[in-house]
Design a protein around this ligand. Sequence first.
Ligand code: ATP
Ligand code: MG
Length: 729
Amino acid sequence: YFRALENAGIHLNRPQIQAVRHGKGPLLTLAGAGCGKTTVLAARAGYLMALRDVPASSILLVTFTSKAAAEMKLRIAGLPGVRPAAARAVQARTFHSFALAMLRHRGVQDEVFGETQAQHTVMKMMLRQLGLSEAFQPESLLSALSAWKAEGRSADELPETVREESDAKRAMLAYEAWKQERNKMDFDDILLRASVLLRDPDVLQPLQRRFSHIMVDEFQDTNALQYEMVQRLAARHRNLMVVGDDDQTIYTFNGARQESILEFDKVYKDAKVITLDINYRSDARILGLGSNIVAKNVHRRSKRLSAAGREGLPPQFATPSGPEEEAAHIVTHLLGQVEEGRLRYRDIAILHRTASGSRSIFEQLIMRDVPFIQYGAGAVFYDQSLIRPLMDHLRLSLNPRRMESIPSTLGPLYVSREAGMEWIMREEKLQAKKYPLIHLSRWDRLRDFQREQVKERIRLIRSLTTMKPTYAIQEMRRVFYDKYLESGDTGAWTHYKETMQESLEELETAAKRFDTVEAFVSFADELSERHRQMESLRREEDSDAVRLMTIHRAKGLEFPCVYWIGASEGILPHSSALHSELPEDRRAGAAPAAVVDNDAALEEERRLAYVAVTRAKELLYITSPASNHGKPAAVSRFLLEAYGVTPPEASKPETRRTSFGQPKGAPGHGSRPSSGTNASGTATRVSSRPGPGSGSARTASSVASTREEPRISVPVWKCTDDACKAWMR
Ligand code: ATP
Ligand code: MG
């Protein structure tokens, strides 16, 4: 079998073969990124079928995403001795798809109710019915409920020791009941219901008999519920193989627990542990950077990886002035690489930390006609659920008759979108009227408070007409969101708030580039139009297109060329992981627990940086914008630490707060030389930049400086190692 594999181009190493050939009982395969964990899983499935006569349908292979499941099937189909029908019969699934299939098999026909917006609307309705609209934000309750259910508990079990808790619980129970009455289930329900079903021996036993071999990829990111399901399913045969890398636990905010993998061999005392330590993916210097980054974490099993690959081009580094320049740089550079025939578009991935962090690069790619596929978000920034209502207000300020914009503007209000839609359906004749919203405000189905809200909306929209786009955004933010953003929610709700805050800041940054609302809106509309035209591209999985995704999405994937954007303090590490370091918090006597949490958050950020770097096979380009949302940002500490540079100021928030001039004694972005060579060795021309200490002009937004300065044709890349060390000089 292994010879046949070799003939097919797969030369497994000794520990890999050992893992593939592993007989009965639990097996933990622990390995760093790119050491062939997923490869081994596929090979083992083939081996079990070909040599151990295990029927394909008895093999359950759990992957983290449905894309990974599809890829796993393809890999298995390509193995020697595997018939296409057998490859199809292997159960390669995500936890959710496995759970859903199980429910369907048991006759559960409930509709899947997945859209966040739909969940949000229902929760809002429940709060209103209970008279609790003012007390809670629907999103907060939904995410708290989701985290609770991910632990395998139902809403009935929620504690209610204080009044707030029992109010929150009432709303959550009402939401749950609403779904049940209508035979709907959300994603959490699918997992929860499946795991409850599995507690029934009549359901469990046939599944236990059927699945003689269970294998789980990316085990480091399973949550309690998923782990429990796996344990139950595997309890009979105990042929449970899990593979993972504790350094790649990046979903703790979704309930992932690093302990599952760290303690697997304590739970399964007879588990065999095989470690793989040869990385076949990345060139040595790329792997070196990744290993050095993650080595700074304390909570991990330490590993020493070696690279099978050559020492290729070291990771390259550039420091654009901000995200707009960063995006322009990267697109210019990647177009050059493709035009020179060194790469195809599909060889390239651009990875970013947060959802809104792709806004600039997304716009550059579209406006410069680069074919690309964005995973995850799948929508133009301005069309996303939080941003869309604000854009629609702007659109209505330009054209009050734009009926399509009305429902979304009712969103941030307490008039439901459905009411708006319903009204539009009945009142089609009103389209000819000058100000449809005024007619809506007179609609007899509205209650008094809703009527007031619509009138307020009209006043707001009218006031926006003459504003500069940035001010218009600020004004709407003040009206809709500030009260909520400044309220003191913590815990499960922090994440939601941060995303909201970030998106709004991003929108404001985007709007700064335009002098009029009209120019801004027409830019956003053109973007959506061009994006729509690229629809067919996105449907074809293997089209020749650049891949744009968050680092979270890139887990398990690999690309010949990776651009890691936003390697700056506040972006990665994300500002949320730096909060409790603020001196104010210290003064306020932040609880030690908060500091511990913060370390954990920082470690997770570091793991993200590790995941980003280790996606690259041959080429890795890292950019560290010197500003973000108009505020200065230093080079990510993860890079500096990795090259043994201790940034004296970088760990203190003061650095981030100083004006763009050099913080005293700290190196800065302006210190790079004014000319250099790019990756292909061609000399490039660079605009002059203020050097250390001059501190002038850099506070201008990057777009403004784009207009003033002569443009850089190609970014200047430096070896990341040298660049980081140069910081100390
Ligand atoms: P990650 O942690 O990122 O999920 P992984 O451990 O699952 O990584 P794989 O994706 O399985 O790693 O493998 C990484 C790359 O190394 C793939 O391109 C794979 O084909 C290749 N590879 C794995 N094992 C070998 C081997 N023994 N010889 C040559 N190439 C290998
Ligand atoms: Mg993998």
